[in-house]
Design a protein around this ligand. Structure first.
Ligand code: PLP
Length: 365
């Protein structure tokens, strides 16, 4: 078997696409040591509710799932007052993102997105053979939407807007998004990644569904992985124009949304109130954590996802080690650390280590 250490001479090796060889594989959050809290993947700390466990247990495994996820799509269509064809499901919203990018972008084409943002975006664009155009976030860690709109060229096929943005937890406002959509040509696909929409409490934040009727070039991405706690089952959905969603369906791997996932998602929707009460608990914990961090002297953007962003700058690696030593496994991402809002018992530990780190931070970090 070939390993990175015994890679064959390039001339004798299978001819791979060089840009794929050069791509780093998707990095999952680190596993937590026994006594630490794993706050590196923005997961929901609540265990599954009984109705979800029952739905999974009641699934059959010898038959293929319904490839069109008809029942679930009908439920979502009703919920968002959209036709069924305007709803598409995928094995996690990241699968739909891949489908959409492949449907619009090929070699020579560009996909614009903010940076820093969700770490899966660069890889998905590369796999499609297209080119990433990364637009730096503003100093306050929010998307610079005017600069993103200005980055559109004849080669641009898609723009990804992430709100709340992973990892900075900042939102895009309705006003910003209204101006942005007015500027972006209708021939360019806009993907609004709302993986954390259910955690948003800021009333000025954009809600993508309000823009669908006016903008057929907009697709809204949502997931059952976060607020609904179904990350392991891999199920997400897209809302948008059937013309675009049919193209995504054409690039999809057939039958990849499993029956347990479809059934669990239906059960989760049936118990929406119970699950949204859990979200309320996490939101309260998030806001309390942010307030305490601010009082400690951190300049942390006001979080709207189920995670907070520590702008640790050049001190990031040391800070991540200190968090780890203190029993908090966050995610170090270049110039900062993302820490998920997890078990209530994690807060005290988090605040103890963060107080220690802020005291050591070089000023201006
Ligand atoms: C911004 C963003 N979009 C999409 C996803 C993917 O979620 P899913 O589990 O639905 O594939 C994530 C997961 O972390 C995310 O942070």
């Amino acid at each position: 078997m070939t390993t990175p250490d015994n890679a064959p001479e390039a001339s004798a090796a299978v001819r791979l696409r060089p840009e794929i060889v050069a791509t780093a594989a998707y990095k999952q959050g680190k596993p937590a040591p026994a006594d630490a809290f794993k706050l590196s993947s923005n997961e929901n700390p609540f265990p599954p509710i009984q109705a979800v466990t029952d739905a999974i247990a009641g699934s059959t495994t010898n038959r293929y799932p319904d490839a069109s996820a008809a029942a679930l799509r009908a439920r979502l269509a009703e919920r968002f007052s959209l036709p069924v064809e305007a709803v598409h499901t995928g094995a996690g919203s990241v699968s739909i993102l891949a489908q959409l990018i492949q449907a619009v972008a090929a070699p020579g084409d560009e996909v614009v997105y903010a940076w820093r943002s969700f770490e899966a975006y660069p890889g998905l664009v590369t796999v499609a053979g297209a080119t990433s155009v990364q637009v730096p976030n503003l100093p306050d860690h929010r998307h610079d939407l005017p600069a993103m709109a200005a980055a559109v060229t004849d080669r641009t096929r898609a723009i990804i807007v992430c709100t709340p943005n992973n990892p900075t937890s900042t939102i895009v406002t309705v006003d910003e998004f209204t101006r942005f959509m007015a500027e972006v040509p209708s021939t360019v696909l806009v993907i609004l990644d709302e993986a954390y929409a259910e955690f948003v409490t800021d009333e000025t934040a954009v809600r993508g569904t309000d823009f669908l009727a006016k903008h057929p070039n907009l697709v809204v991405l949502r997931t059952f992985s976060k607020a609904y706690g179904l990350a392991a089952l891999r199920i997400g959905y897209a809302l948008g124009d059937p013309y675009v969603l049919n193209a995504a369906r054409n690039t999809a791997i057939p039958l990849s949304v499993t029956e347990p996932a479809q059934r669990a998602a239906m059960a989760a929707l049936d118990h929406d109130q119970e699950l949204m009460a859990q979200v309320d608990v996490l939101v309260e914990q998030r806001d309390r954590t942010w307030k305490a961090l601010t009082e400690q002297g951190w300049e942390i953007p006001r979080p709207q996802g189920n995670f907070v962003w520590f702008p640790t700058g050049d001190f990031t690696e040391e800070a991540a080690d200190l968090f780890m030593d203190g029993g908090i496994v966050g995610r170090a991402l270049g110039e900062g650390i993302r820490v998920s809002i997890g078990e209530p018992e994690s807060v005290e530990k988090l605040l103890a280590v963060s107080a220690e780190i802020v005291a050591k931070l070089p000023t201006g970090a």
